[in-house]
Write a new protein. Sequence first.
Length: 211
Amino acid sequence: MSVPGDAYARIARWYDPVLRRFTAPLHAVAFRMCPGSTGMRVLDIGCGTGNLLALYAEADCEVYGIDASPAMLGQARRRLGDEAHLELGEGTDLPYPDGTFDVVLVTSVLHELSPEHRCAVVEEAARMVRPDGSVLIVDYVPGVLHHPKGWPTRVLSLVAERLAGRTHFRGYLSFMRAGGIPALVEGAPLAISQERIVGGGNLGVYVLEAA
């Protein structure tokens, strides 16, 4: 059953079969840069179908996820099972005390949001993570593209973002024009400790720690 206003209601069941070949290598890179281990608490803001969170669950972490799409959250529940703590909601006002998590994930989410909501999500991620923890962010990168993957990947990204709807596409364009993650976190209580650009210059994987 779909919920009015759920932009992913029609595509949630097809999301992984269609995109896994692209997302799985990206998630593997992200997990290597910010690995999980037994007993760690990990929160995924905008967890989607739970693919990246599943890597942390397999590493015996205690996993939490929040997503605004009931359809995507339903797929995450099927993938992660009853031991995952999954909630429907936005990433701008999270129901957890300060410093609850060892790792906070924000992957392929910020470009969808308005500038105000992007800043609010980053601030919440900073509030959620322990002083010695890490925030892992994956998102698009504006800038120079590299042969041979750069331009084909950019074209596919533009098509996918445009098909996601007018509001989504406007968010993507404003995110790219604003300078992406480095520009977004300039005023946040977080500093980039690791950075890797992949996908021919289209995507960035960032590990942030308390500034």
